[in-house]
Design a protein around this ligand. Sequence first.
Ligand SMILES: C[S@@+](CC[C@H](N)C(=O)[O-])C[C@H]1O[C@@H](n2cnc3c(N)ncnc32)[C@H](O)[C@@H]1O
Length: 379
Amino acid sequence: MITKYVFLWNEINECLFLSKLNLRMKKLKVFEAFCGYGGAHFGLKKSGVNFEINGYSEVDKFAIELYDLNFPNSKNYGDITKLSVEDIEDFDLFCGGFPCQPFSSAGLGLGELDIRGTLFYDIVRIVEHKKPKYILLENVKGLNTKRHKPTLDKIISELKNIGYKVYYDVLNTKNYGIPQNRERLWIFATFDKNFDENFVLSPNKIELKKRIKDFLDKEIEPSLYLTKKQIDRLIEIHKVDFNVDEPLCFDVYNKKVKKDGVCITITEPHHNSLRIVEPPIKGEYRVRKASVSEQYRLMGFDDNEVDFGSLSYSQLSKRCGNGWDVSLVSLIFRKIFKNSPLSFNALIFLENWSKSNLWTGLGSIIIIEEHLYILNIQT
Ligand SMILES: C[S@@+](CC[C@H](N)C(=O)[O-])C[C@H]1O[C@@H](n2cnc3c(N)ncnc32)[C@H](O)[C@@H]1O
């Protein structure tokens, strides 16, 4: 017979039920390059992977301020091009959404596809020396188009030359439960023998059930609204119909109200053509910019997950424009570490374990310091 039992904290030590497993949970050591708002850090936290950040590299003073606010005591190694590999502790995972830079080495006569002098060269320089078991990189989807394919091939061959197996895919945020059309190229490289040629990086898709209206604030800061004059001008020039029944995204660049409930890609504020159109009140049209919290929700964050400190609208929006969808990246991490040593992924392991025939009863898990205890109730 299996008895349901709830463990009380003070019972743990004297518990008669044997700890079936006492696993030393090794922490995955991570280096986060080009950290921005810390997409890798937030994504790892969401994924349940047991990790610690060894250090990060960032040059933008506002990104550094935001990162340090959210992850105090993290060490910034600054400009990656000046970073000396000997100065960083070894790590298991290198993450980096590297800025897209043309791969031409103008003036050096090195040819289109020479990586010297690019930030990708610094990635190669670091991973060649440190040989982390895992690498996760991200870039715009354009890198996978015909025009830039030689560059992508070069990136892949550089990683393969070091000995990595490389997997990549273009993933869209809207295919993972969040109504934002955000396509990004993800590149994963590993030495781990648990990955073979059949490994598929893309996590299982999640049906999109939510629309942009589900991600909006209840109370809106009045300064976000366009003036009547600005709205009238948009109508006059672009003949847009702002008579909507539910809040929708207006794409300023393409002059279209998006009826599908999905918003366009969030980009840096000076490029951002995302506006929100709300149903008119007393015949007055309402069009506005997205708030900071709305943009962060559309990047996969929960409310209050990020401490914004006193950073400005424009600085916080810039981070979103360049940032990782932290919900999607958490799914990517779960997919990656599902295959790898159990010690990194207690929660993911437990999901699998509870489905397996090793599970003989109801119980509980306890994580004390770095040890995972599974208390299993027997008859
Ligand atoms: C595309 S964003 C990456 C965003 C990040 N993945 C996130 O989730 O927020 C690229 C970042 O690289 C930083 N960067 C640019 N040049 C750099 C350098 N030489 N060393 C370190 N960071 C750099 C930029 O300031 C920017 O924040």
